[in-house]
Design a binder for this molecule. Structure first.
Ligand SMILES: [Zn+2]
Length: 355
């Protein structure tokens, strides 16, 4: 992938981290380009006092925020997470001059530290960036107003989806130690929902097969406890347009649809490969003792979908199982929502282990 640096900051910490990242990225075959418009991954200098988003030309660009701190970070998650949100970054890297610690914070509340000088520290640094540097976001939506009239008011399945989302909302899965919604100004919280599609961080999204590889899925950035309207917050996904890197959706004429959940491309891959699966629930929470993906690719990437499908392929019962998405959450499969909820109830832990 091509990468670039953006932002004016020339402070010593910034100069050092740019040089280190440039080296690490080049070592892994990525190419430095001068213009951010030509890059798929941008390292963007973020001021802790006045964080600004990098203006993405393309929505499918990943941005890593570089945050210079005056003194060593003592609470990296609380110090860096608000900056990640305000700068709309996919990852932030923070540190202080004359300090070996490099801190990395992810949208899913992952919080890692790499110590300069420790053996393989550059490999460790790259390992945290690699999921962004090696994956492809599918974020665009193409809406066709061709939803058959008998589906305009929904079906028994969309009713079940509404009920399941209300049930999940009532489980109160919010990670207790870090109440994001309370900590962030409401404007930032809306940004967070919009950019990462992790609206209501407490859980993720729901989908259910309609016919063939077409499926119903919840929209992104809405309060999942309130979904229920077809062609607005429950959308019929027809497929993935590989050429345009976009999800194709079928909506009723004259409707005002929200964007489908960013995870639609993963669900599409799973429904195609596993015709026996009827429904999927993805939540940002955890269940002990489940198989887990080895790389935490971002939501909404083809690579995340492949990693999930691989896990399902190895499962003796892919049609009725629970898999873990490393440092992120779980996805449960089943014939329908009531079946999945019954198996999840009482087993779900609000806190996702960060590896
Ligand atoms: Zn997710």
């Amino acid at each position: 992938m091509r990468f670039a640096f953006a932002g004016e900051d020339q402070s010593p910490w910034m100069v050092d981290i740019r040089r280190e990242l440039g080296g690490v990225m080049s070592d892994h075959g990525h190419q430095l380009v001068t213009s951010p418009d030509d890059a798929g991954l941008i390292f963007h200098a973020v001021s802790p006092d006045r964080p600004r988003p990098f203006r993405r030309k393309s929505q499918a660009t990943f941005v890593v925020g570089l945050v210079p701190w005056d003194h060593p970070l003592t609470k990296p998650l609380s110090q860096l997470y608000p900056l990640l949100v305000r700068s709309l970054a996919n990852l932030v890297i923070g540190g202080a001059p004359n300090n070996d610690a490099i801190h990395l914070v992810t949208p899913e509340l992952g919080n890692y530290r790499v110590l300069r000088g420790q053996s393989y520290w550059q490999d460790e640094l790259y390992r945290r960036i690699a999921p962004l540097a090696t994956s492809h976001l599918v974020i665009d939506n193409l809406f066709d107003e061709d939803l058959p009239q008998e589906l305009w008011n929904g079906t028994a399945t969309t009713m079940e989806m509404r009920d399941a989302s209300r049930a999940l909302a009532s489980w109160n899965l919010f990670p207790a130690p870090y109440p994001v919604a309370e900590m962030l100004p409401s404007e930032d919280y809306r940004h967070l929902k919009r950019v990462f599609g992790i609206g209501g961080l407490s859980y993720g999204n729901l989908s259910a097969r309609y016919q063939g590889d077409h499926f119903w899925m919840s929209a992104s950035g809405v309060d999942k406890g309130k979904i229920g309207t077809v062609s607005r917050d429950i959308l019929l996904v027809k497929g993935y347009d590989e050429e345009r890197r976009a999800m194709r959706l079928s909506v009723a004429p004259g409707s005002e649809p929200l964007r489908v959940s960013v995870d639609a491309v993963e669900h599409w891959g799973i429904y195609r490969k596993h015709p026996e699966i009827g429904a999927l629930i993805h939540i940002h929470a955890w269940v002990d003792g489940i198989p887990t993906t080895s790389i935490n690719y971002p939501c909404g990437t083809v690579e995340m979908g492949d990693a999930m499908s691989d896990l399902l392929d190895r499962d003796p019962h892919p049609e009725r199982t629970i898999i873990g998405l490393r440092n992120h959450g779980i996805t449960a499969t089943g014939p329908n929502f009531p079946d999945i909820l019954e198996r999840l109830e009482g087993r779900v832990l609000a806190q996702v282990p960060m590896l």
